[in-house]
Design a protein around this ligand. Structure first.
Ligand code: SF4
Length: 380
């Protein structure tokens, strides 16, 4: 019998209590009353994949959104239970859920633990009330502290906090305070992203009207490097451009994306990579449910990856990781030598001090971390 293919599973929950000013995710405020029909559809989608997933071993599950913690926990339990019946789930499966402060209580958290969830991600974003208000977040800093304490009480020892830097009005002192609080709370994983102003968001509109001034690049980069240094001094390893973990607490699910491992995405707008094909689901809640009700897989677009796509994805996703990309692995996967294919690009990037080559390994330099997009463009 051939070995099973290790596969990640992503489950999208598109509901939120309110819409944050910077958010361009597939998430909707004020529609939680549609959760019942949405989760019914999710369960049917699991059934639709039952036969195709026979040879896949799910070793990570990520319930993301949106804010999965804003819906009743019974929906999450039902979906996970069905996954356990229909799919092969590894015994050591990492099961994560995203949440927001103010939507968690001990009952909900205990129920998550009972259904096998062993990692929780909590959206803090910033520790200062003025910044939370500016970002359009509903919760307070006290809500965040309470959520972390409740999560620990419920038995979670693998806790991530999402934070943002480069927010207009955020000072270096604010940023340092946010990180210090996380270290003091003994959080095991931190995702720290620079604020991006996206079109179609409230911030995007404000920028267009001249009501928002973006932070200077220099301050943004100083904040980034402050995080790298401060978190290193406090026992965190930076293992990806924006992700930091205590030893043994890297997010296995996100590593599947960066390492181009197969994953199946369920729910509205979810993306998948299975057997060399990328596909995405119908984006809106209505079109997603509609497809499922017709008994169809709710796929909107499919793209079969060519050899050149696979190689290119391996490079620009792998270079996000601090360990970089490795020629031995590359040869095993693609039967070719990475240094021959990218000789010119490597030479140029090395001259610009954006990458370093150490034996079989290529990774970003500290300057390359700042100018990562310039590097990635070379491989697209
Ligand atoms: S909680 Fe997250 S998904 Fe929901 S609106 Fe805010 S940023 Fe978007």
């Amino acid at each position: 019998m051939s070995p099973m293919t290790k596969t990640g599973l992503y489950i999208h929950v598109p509901f939120c209590s309110s819409k944050c000013n910077y958010c361009d995710f597939n998430s909707y405020a004020g529609r939680i009353d549609e959760a019942e029909s949405y989760f019914e559809a999710l369960k049917k989608e699991i059934e639709l994949y039952y036969n195709t997933m026979e040879t896949n071993l799910i070793d990570t599950i990520f319930i993301g959104g949106g804010t999965p913690s804003c819906v009743n926990q019974k929906y999450i339990n039902e979906v996970l239970n069905l996954c356990k019946i229909k799919f092969n789930i590894s015994e050591t499966c990492e099961i994560s859920i995203e949440s927001n402060p103010g939507t968690l209580d001990i009952e909900k958290l205990t129920s998550y633990r009972r259904s096998g969830i062993n990692r929780i991600s909590i959206g803090l974003q910033a520790y200062q009330s003025n910044l939370l208000k500016y970002l359009g977040r509903r919760h307070s800093t006290d809500d965040f502290i309470a959520s972390v304490e409740l999560a620990k009480k419920a038995g979670f020892n693998n806790i991530n906090a999402d934070v943002i830097f480069g927010i207009p009005e955020q000072t270096m002192e604010d940023w340092a305070e946010t990180l210090k609080v996380l270290v003091e709370l003994d959080i095991t994983h931190i995702s720290a992203y620079s604020l991006k102003i996206e079109e179609g968001t409230r911030f995007g509109d404000m920028l267009e009207r001249g009501e928002l001034i973006q932070v200077e690049d220099e301050l943004d980069r100083n904040m980034y490097h402050y995080a790298i240094d401060f978190l290193r001094e406090n026992g965190f390893e930076q293992y990806e451009l924006s992700n930091f973990a205590k030893e043994g607490y890297q997010c296995k699910h996100n590593l599947t994306y960066w390492k181009c491992v197969d994953y199946l995405g369920l729910g509205a707008g979810a993306h998948s990579l299975l057997e060399g094909e990328r596909f995405s689901n119908k984006y809106t809640i209505e079109s997603y449910i509609d497809s499922i009700e017709k008994g169809l897989k709710p796929v909107e677009e499919r793209y079969k990856l060519e050899f050149s796509d696979k190689v290119s994805e391996y490079m620009f996703l792998g270079l996000r990781l601090n360990q970089g990309v490795n020629n031995s692995e590359f040869k095993k996967l693609f039967g070719q030598d990475m240094f021959s294919i990218y000789e010119e690009s490597f030479k140029e990037l090395q001259q610009k001090k954006l990458i370093e080559i150490c034996g079989e390994r290529v990774s970003l330099t500290p300057l390359g971390l700042d100018l990562a997009n310039q590097v990635f463009m070379k491989f697209v």
